[in-house]
Write a protein that binds this ligand. Sequence first.
Ligand code: SAM
Length: 236
Amino acid sequence: MHQIQTVALAHTPFAEKFAIPRQPMLAPAAVGIIELQPPFDDPLALQGLEQVSHIWLSFLFHEALPDPAAPPRLRVRPPRLGGNDKLGVFATRSSHRPNGIGQSLVKVLAVEGTRIHVAGVDLLDQTPIIDIKPYVPYADCLPEASNGIAQQAPAQVTVDWQPEVLAGAQAVEQSHRPGLVELINQCLAQDPKPAYQTPPPERMYGTRFWDVEVKWHYPAAGQIVVTGVAQAAPGE
Ligand code: SAM
């Protein structure tokens, strides 16, 4: 039996799964750090990577690993199909899959010692990375490729802010969370709620980016208004 080791850990803004973009590069403001872990934590392991614009990250969906005692899940409900229709697991990029392995293509911003600064991540904070590979344009970019289920990025929703909430978010951004407003705009524009839900305007949704609690609602279909941005209490 071959054992797989964690080669790096992802440090990302995403403290919770909800509102993480469903694929990489949908939120360019989602920046993170991929930090090599022992025994791979030597800058030599990244030598040459400064010549590469994008990398493939292979990782473990560590917060959605399958129960080895349960029967394998052969079909899943992709959010793109509204959450009601099923597809074969191998026809999707669902996080619920045998072996719990994911792959994401992200932009390299900088290589610094044993850390790679990246943009466009769709990974939960602390996700174990099990391999890192350079994007190879001549092999990985296929203009003729098609996918009848997911050819285009999903339509975005409009994101508006209550003015005092935006002012509060800008203050947090200036004090210690650069890029916070853009990150919230880009992630919420992906419409985090399941596509089959049409929530009443009074229903509130929320998630956490780093230690910042974000709340929003849907006053009308296809429209989000951000109603709260607050520092989580220590220990939460
Ligand atoms: N790009 C990857 C792929 O195709 O394998 C991931 C696609 S998957 C649909 C993306 C979702 O996985 C995110 O929106 C988030 O909800 C979830 N996710 C991200 N990191 C995770 C982790 N470490 N454990 C469990 N779920 C995670």
